[in-house]
Design a protein around this ligand. Sequence first.
Ligand SMILES: Cc1cc2nc3c(=O)[nH]c(=O)nc-3n(C[C@H](O)[C@H](O)[C@H](O)COP(=O)(O)OP(=O)(O)OC[C@H]3O[C@@H](n4cnc5c(N)ncnc54)[C@H](O)[C@@H]3O)c2cc1C
Length: 445
Amino acid sequence: MKESRNKSIAIAGAGLVGSVVACYLAQRGYQVDIFERRADPRLVGSEHGRSINLALSNRGWLPLKEIGLESEVKKLIIPMNGRMMHDTSGELTFQPYGKEGQAINSISRGGLNMLLLNAAEKAGCSTHFNCQVEHVNFETAELKFRNGRTFSADIIIGADGAFSAIRSQMQRTDRFNYSQYFIDYGYKEMTMPASITGDHLMEKNALHIWPRGNFMLIALPNLDGSYTCTLFLPFEGKNSFENLDTDEKIKEFFATTFPDVIPLIPEILEDFHDNPTSSLVTIRCFPWRNGNVLIIGDASHGIVPFYGQGMNSGFEDCRVLNKLLDEHDDNWDEVMEIFQDLRKPDADAIADLALRNFVEMRDLVADDDFLLRKKIEARLHDAFPDEWVPLYTMVTFREDIRYSEALERGHHQARIMDKVMANPNIHEDWEKLDLKAIVDQLKPQ
Ligand SMILES: Cc1cc2nc3c(=O)[nH]c(=O)nc-3n(C[C@H](O)[C@H](O)[C@H](O)COP(=O)(O)OP(=O)(O)OC[C@H]3O[C@@H](n4cnc5c(N)ncnc54)[C@H](O)[C@@H]3O)c2cc1C
């Protein structure tokens, strides 16, 4: 083991990103201690009895593979090969996400977190629950907890989520830039149970979407045959959480906008009343490093969930950090500087893409022009797989392309597609398009 790896590392937050970075660092030979505000989910259960799931895609897979968890994580996932769209008459349309074999994966947040905590402990980390960080000393790398205890390390990693205590202390330091932006929409989770035989009541290998213009419902499958549904709705206005204030209005809203869902969620009213309405925020800040402290994951870049990339980008942070430690002989001083400069443009890019994708999911996926555009782009990708890569594919399936590069290439391709779609006869003539001439427009003129 390298001398430098005798350093001790304290991680604030044993969520998804905190546990992955703990695995990487313990496997490198560091002494790692993780401090988590909440109780151990393996003892008390997670998510208050609800099953909440996430979409895991390539950028999240690669780090999980690198820390040796591929086969265990595979047991927890359900591949989703595309979007299954439900219109108001219950008619279904399936749109594949990519080429044959490309899928995003539904995974239980609680199940994944518990697996990661077990892996971190197996790699030698010490975990400490019910330890809420209240204060950090950036220079001496000392943490102070709510219970009065303290802990000193050589390096501290703040993986304590979107409302990070470590970041809020950075906010009080000179030249720290920070912004938070709440969108006007909230979300509420509901459960669609399994059939009495424990089967899925809708297509299992799909992410279900009910796009309704300025709001939407989505559903991701769980291993037990149920689905976790999430309603994204404005806080105020015509169809809004504020307006759905009586049982009659809630029933009427579902009956008219999501009629095929009613028989599938028998406890709609209970779920609607019992489950919280939560807000959605984008957090940007810089620098991510102060002295011997570095923030990663949602603590440094919280994004809205519409590209399914929050966790994936946080796991990518861990992989990039580990790679930089390899390349710079575990020189943390250098690595923390390079890390933040490298990752910041990518974090900003995925934050922008995630905000934009909300419009695509709730509205455009049901639009004829949009669907044709996707079809033409799929053809371009088939004919010129390296030159033309659809934006969704770059973000979701191409972990070798940085988010910032995906955003830039996506802009360029979108400008070219705008011209293609401006042809008034495009719906009739699209199969006759000269694909090579379109791809040639990507080259610098
Ligand atoms: C509705 C919704 C859907 C989503 N869907 C997806 C998806 O499909 N795909 C995807 O990739 N991402 C998704 N995300 C984003 C994803 O949930 C986050 O990006 C991810 O959880 C970030 O992980 P994290 O470890 O950085 O933060 P968190 O998961 O928030 O973990 C932070 C941990 O730190 C602990 N903590 C907080 N404060 C302290 C403190 N002071 N002291 C000690 N511990 C503390 C917390 O208890 C928690 O355990 C979604 C998010 C939302 C809201």
